[in-house]
Design a protein around this ligand. Sequence first.
Ligand code: HEC
Length: 98
Amino acid sequence: MKKIALTMIFAGATLMAADGAALFAKCAGCHGQKGEKAALGKSAHIGGLDAATIVKDLEGYKAGTLNKHGMGGVMKGQVASLSEDDMKALADYISKLK
Ligand code: HEC
C-alpha cells in the first residue's frame, strides 16, 4: 500500500513538472534552458527567481503594463495566450531552475 501511494505522489509531481517544462520550451530560446541568459541582452536572469515575482511579471506583461527594460512588448506577445494556471506552472518551474 505504501508503495502505491508513493508512486502516485511521484507521478503527480512529474506531471506538474512536465507542464511547466513543456511551456518553458518556447521561452528557452531567449531566456536559456535554465533561465540563465539575459533575453535579447535585456532581461534579468530569470532562473531561480521567486515564483510569486515571476507570476506578477507575467501578468504585467500580459496586461501590457510592465516594461522593465523597454521591451515589454516582446514579452506581451509571448504570454498573450497563457492562462493563469499556465503562468503558475511556468513560475513554479522557472523558480526551481539552477
Ligand atoms: C523573443 C525572446 C523572448 C521569449 C521567447 C521570451 N521572453 Fe521573457 N523577456 C524577453 C525580453 C526582451 C524581456 C525584457 C522585457 C522588458 O523590457 O520588460 C523579458 C523579460 C522576462 C521576464 C522579466 C525578467 C526581468 O528582467 O525582470 C520574465 C519573468 C520573463 N521574460 C519570462 C518569460 C517566459 C515565462 C517566457 C515563455 C512563456 C518568455 N519570457 C519568453 C524576451 C523573451
